[in-house]
Design a protein around this ligand. Sequence first.
Ligand code: ADP
Length: 254
Amino acid sequence: MTQRYQTILLFGAPGAGKGTQGKILGQIPGFYHLSCGEVFRTLDVSSRLGRIFQEYSSRGELVPDDVTVDMWCENMHARTILSEYKPYVDLLVLDGIPRNVKQAKLLEKHIQVLKVVHLVCPDKEAMIQRLRRRALKENRVDDAKEDVIRRRWDIYEKETAPVLAYYDKFIVRTVDAMGSPASVLQHILEVVVPVQEQHFRNPLAGAADAKVRAAKSPPAESAKSNGKTNGKTNGKSHPPAGARLTKGKASSRD
Ligand code: ADP
């Protein structure tokens, strides 16, 4: 049976600030941020996948779904193998995926979506200004041209916005994206901190917890609990007691 990554989705139009907020969240112990666009941008442009990405992103279009989801799965797998992302310790914060309902369905067997944070920006022109500023700062080809930005917005409205309705409305939370980064962060934290605390123990207390548990349990039991950590005996990768990965097709609603 597959184990699903416990996940928060950062959702919103291009320029809403998903990347900015995701990066900050990713700095907090117990959260692991992954931006799908960032992963695409790190691909070697001379590789087959890198060329596919360039072709689509330069037009402001989405990379085909099967290519995207396969690439995402392989990337996530590599990160878990390297223990960069520890599914038992960290709440996964995804931004930029799923970008349409087909991707949401394809991801269903890999992620359990606990909350969707919808960054809302009623002022489309303000968002477009943000994208233009970013294009200058970060040398982003996809945001350099006005027509490409507008195309990205059209695709967001047609293909990505319907993803919100795919998830149970009780797990979707709306956050105003127009405030300062700190105030937007404050509102996002109000949503995600309780989820992190409910599903994972405080990662900084994890090592101490593990020692206390090991001291209390007989050797056979602590050996068994080591076995749950994908065969790793290194104390760092012990799952905190409060952490759980969902097995199989359990409901993605909380
Ligand atoms: P932004 O957050 O500004 O919308 P991203 O950095 O997420 O942009 O994505 C940049 C480009 O990468 C997209 O325009 C698209 O071509 C490609 N891309 C990123 N994520 C996906 C995805 N989930 N599905 C298909 N294409 C994607």
